[in-house]
Each structure stands twice: as structure tokens, then as C-alpha cells.
Write a protein that binds this ligand. Sequence first.
Ligand SMILES: [Mg+2]
Length: 170
Amino acid sequence: MILKWYKPDYIFEKTINITPQFLAQRNIKCIFLDADGTLRRHKKLEAADGIMEWIDLMHKNGIKLFITSNNFKSKVMPFAQIVNLPAVTFSAKPTPWGFIRARFKTKVPLKNTLVVGDQIFTDVLGAHVAGMQAAMVLPLFHEEGRGFDVKRNFEQKYIDLYIAEHGEFL
Ligand SMILES: [Mg+2]
């Protein structure tokens, strides 16, 4: 069964494939970014290839970026400093609380804000609960273990559906 709230509005192969033109066409002025699996490989402090340049490109085009991570402060803030972005940690996605905290700081309406993340249960569902559009990115790494297998199988249905509807990832 396909549930509308879990369905990503867009799926990008990588975060760095999101272009200023794509955002301008949809009147998006701000992005709430997941960190782990979206900007960096798990447990590695550095940004994934091309992320620093992509952040620069977004800023040059007037797009506000804000990290909204469910991870702990001690894991997120050192990374936020490296990429020089503001962040809310322990954001409790899919509840809207982290997004509300971030929205208070960005001052950009949620209808002009896009959520970008690699997980349907947190990032995509959370975006829709809060009334935002959700762009899923294919995860930069896969977590190990049984719970994650179940989750990834669920997510695969939505990824397959996206390909059936659109032919390819963005
Ligand atoms: Mg993630």
C-alpha cells in the first residue's frame, strides 16, 4: 500500500544534484537539510564529495540552508562548524518540533522551504506533517542491521514507484 505522506515529492540521486534553477521554479528559498547520509557519510566528520561547493552555490543564489538533524549535539555541531551552517540537533523528525525551531531562525515561510533527507520515516514524513515539500536523496551510506533492512525495504517501494512514474532520479 502506498501512503501519500510517505511519498517523496522528488528523489535526487545526490544532494548536489539540486540546482538553483530547480528551486527557483518552485519558489523555494530555504532548505532544511538532514546531515547523516545526506551531507556526510555516517560517522565521518567531513562533508561528502562536492558538498562544500554545493553549499557555496546555494548561498550565492540566495538560498538559506539550515541543518535539521535527529542526531545528538555532540555529533552534529562539529560537522555544522566545518560546513559553516546553522543547525538544530535532536530535531525529533518526523515530529515538526525541530523544523519549528529552525523556521523561527530562518524566517522563511514553510511553503518556501524544502526538506532534503535520505530517510522516508523521518525526513519525508516530517516534511509532510509540517506542510513542506520533501526531496529524498539516495543515502550516502546504508546502516547495518535487521531494523534498518525492514525500513529500507519499505523505502524501496517508494523509490521504485518514483522511477515508474518519472523514469529516472533527478
Ligand atoms: Mg539521514
